[in-house]
Design a protein around this ligand. Structure first.
Ligand code: SAM
Length: 188
């Protein structure tokens, strides 16, 4: 079988995020991607996480503490639109990888979801901050209210990114209803 969406996301990120590298989880949620990033960068690496829900920050922190990875991460209870502001204040101007997993917090309030304007603002900041060879991944969901609109806006942005600076791709299981869509941006 070919890899599922989350497996493929982690594979693409693993190939481009070096040990000792710097990564961002723009939507921490339950902290699964954050844990993956913190594990991958090693003790010399740094990972910055964002989420607007206190519950997500707490769940993520607990997950990292349980696996003794908390010292590799800095968590912000704030919108990913403030990414540049917070990273610059930590002295970080460039990143190797940024992960966005859109939609709502699993086992949380399904009415609190990512919003197209904030998502695109944050994605623009992350794409700009990527080192050459760095990667931004975004998993898009269409099964919840507003999800299709957000996915369409992200796809439109990806299609219009300057091909001289970025390569953008998509990956999706086709024979499944409302299958999530993995998209990625690589900086040349
Ligand atoms: N990557 C997560 C994981 O591994 O468990 C799952 C993320 S979940 C699908 C989406 C998350 O995005 C929710 O926890 C939600 O609170 C968060 N979110 C929504 N709007 C946001 C924003 N403007 N900035 C940061 N996080 C946001």
């Amino acid at each position: 079988m070919l890899p599922g969406i989350l497996e493929q996301t982690h594979e693409w990120v693993s190939e481009r995020l070096p040990t000792g590298g710097t990564a961002v989880d723009a939507t921490m949620g339950n902290g699964h991607d954050l844990r993956f990033l913190a594990d991958h960068v090693g003790n010399a690496g740094r990972v910055f996480g964002f989420d607007i829900q206190e519950e997500a920050v707490t769940r993520s922190r607990l997950r990292l503490e349980k696996e003794s990875l908390a010292h590799r991460v800095v968590l912000f209870h704030d919108s990913h639109e403030k990414m540049k502001h917070h990273l610059y204040s930590q002295g970080v101007l460039h990143i190797d990888a940024a992960m966005f997993n859109l939609g709502y917090l699993p086992h949380g309030d399904p009415a609190i979801t990512t919003q197209p304007e904030a998502t695109l603002d944050a994605m623009r900041q992350a794409a700009e901050m990527l080192h050459p060879g760095g990667i931004l991944t975004a998993v898009l969901y269409t099964g919840h209210p507003g999800g299709q609109t957000e996915a369409d806006r992200v796809l439109m942005w990806l299609e219009e990114l300057d091909p001289k600076q970025y390569q953008t791709v998509r990956y999706q299981i086709l024979n499944r209803e409302h299958a999530p869509l993995l998209t990625a941006v690589c900086k040349r």
